[in-house]
Write a new protein. Structure first.
Length: 82
């Protein structure tokens, strides 16, 4: 009977984890990643797309961030939900 209780606890934990992940994705969907250089916006994308791109190609994402730092770009995450 104790095995059933452990399984129930694991299922509850998995549900909580899924709910938390959904909350994070919903919050990220209202945020935008913006790259600026001297008051000119070079790129503006949803934060979810930026995170997905970094997961798909982390080397390219690191190169992009390094390039932005070298060219003195500003990288910001802005919440568009008002």
């Amino acid at each position: 009977m104790s095995e059933t209780q452990i399984v129930d606890e694991l299922l509850l934990t998995a549900e909580d984890l899924a709910d938390r992940a959904n909350q994070i994705v919903k919050r990220m969907s209202t945020q935008r990643l913006r790259v600026k250089h001297e008051d000119k916006t070079l790129m503006e994308i949803p934060l979810v797309a930026g995170v997905a791109g970094a997961l798909i190609s982390p080397g390219l994402a690191a190169l992009a961030v390094f390039s932005a730092i070298l060219t003195k770009c500003t990288i910001s995450v802005e919440d568009t939900k008002k």
